[in-house]
Design a protein around this ligand. Structure first.
Ligand SMILES: *Cc1c(COP(=O)(O)O)cnc(C)c1O
Length: 370
């Protein structure tokens, strides 16, 4: 009898924990970043399924193998796949592996590797220099790339080695297939390897309704940092080497940088739930369509200025003075430091139409109250 009582007490504890979780879930969703969202149900389920019994450590397990196979299936090619904790690690370690310390990497001024990685690409490559070019709505300007490369070719200048682009870009735009082919051709012509920061690669595939291969290796991408976190996993991005020769000894680099998880299955397994049945694209399409709705709603205000074409899951907007502060005061969270000064409103796999209408309602009030 006593045993049943204590079991019931445990059950009560369990129920109150679940209730607390649910009330957290009911908290407002924000527009700061897609990484504010939680773990999507499919990734969560795969995590739970991986949590049975024992599995080999350090990525030598069934789940990691299956996740890597699914990535090869998605890209329809025999690529080399590595899982690391986050996008900064994926970018900086893959760039470091493409470069010697005397090389340089060409990217835009707004690139995440320049603005948001605390110098990690330079650090892990032992000093490889980033050479910046202006961007056109976040996209690389190929004429500017050519100017940077051709300006100097003497021994005093860091030797250009990699062209790095971001898909979707940091300003929420998406390279089309012809644009990517032009980038790939230019990289080859200039003797550069092509690196793609794909923290939001899923949103790009969904946005232009393309095959993942078309906007990666078929366009000349040598290595893709394929983001999972912003699309709905808890942690972990994949480094995908289409040029397999470049993956040589990459495993050592990951280990040395503290990026080889001993319980790797809990980084790789969520990818199984994401990649099966096109779940990753379902979530990306949803996030994109919520941004489209947000864009449509924002376009109705003549007091606002939308900054860049809305192509994926963000809208950049310039708000009248005092309006952003009012929204922040009401508890909304969004950034105003990404790109060139406007506010970035970002949607995620779990953003709802109600979230958008709530924000728009508060925005209306904030504008009237100015
Ligand atoms: C979020 C993001 C990354 C990865 O950032 P981490 O915080 O290191 O995971 C990389 N590139 C871009 C463009 C991003 O938006």
């Amino acid at each position: 009898m006593r045993r049943i009582e204590s079991w019931l007490l445990n059950l009560q504890d369990f129920v109150s924990v679940i209730q607390a979780m649910n009330s957290n879930l009911n908290q407002r969703r924000h527009f700061a970043s897609d990484n504010y969202a939680g773990i999507c149900p499919e990734a969560w389920q795969s995590l739970a399924e991986a949590n049975h019994g024992h599995a080999r450590g350090y990525g030598d397990d069934f789940y990691t193998e299956q996740a890597a196979d699914l990535i090869r299936e998605v890209f329809d090619t025999a690529c080399e796949v590595f899982f690391v904790f986050n996008g900064t690690a994926a970018n900086s370690l893959s760039l470091a592996t493409l470069c010697q310390s005397y090389h340089s990497i060409i990217c835009t001024e707004t690139a995440h590797i320049e603005m948001d990685e605390c110098g990690a690409p330079e650090f892990f490559s032992n000093g490889t220099k980033l050479l910046l070019t202006p961007s056109i709505h976040g996209k690389i300007d190929l004429a500017a790339v050519e100017r940077v490369i051709k300006k100097r070719n003497d021994i005093h200048f860091p030797k250009p080695r990699v062209l790095s682009i971001t898909q979707c870009t940091e300003l929420g735009t998406v390279y089309s297939i012809p644009e990517l082919s032009a980038v790939g051709d230019k990289a080859r012509e200039l003797g550069l390897k092509l690196h793609m920061d794909g923290a939001r690669f899923a949103n790009a595939v969904a946005a232009i309704d393309s095959h993942p291969a078309e906007i990666s290796w078929k366009a000349g991408v040598d290595v893709l940092c394929f983001g999972g976190t912003k699309n709905g996993t808890h942690v972990g991005d994949a480094v995908v080497f289409f040029n397999k020769a470049l993956a040589e000894e990459f495993a050592y680099r990951c280990k040395q940088a503290g990026q080889l998880a001993s319980k790797m299955r809990f980084i790789s397994a969520p990818w199984i739930g994401m990649l099966k049945n096109g779940v990753w694209l379902k979530h990306a399409r949803h996030a994109n369509s919520m941004a489209a709705l947000l864009h449509e709603q924002l376009s109705g205000f003549e007091e606002l200025r939308i900054l860049f074409p809305r192509q994926a899951n963000s809208v950049f907007v310039e708000l009248p003075s005092g309006v952003a502060q009012r929204l922040w005061d009401q508890g909304w969270i969004f950034y105003n430091f990404i790109g060139s000064g406007g506010c970035r409103l970002m949607t995620a796999w779990d953003t709802t139409e109600q979230d958008i209408y709530k924000l728009i309602g508060d925005l209306k009030e904030a504008i009237l109250a100015r």
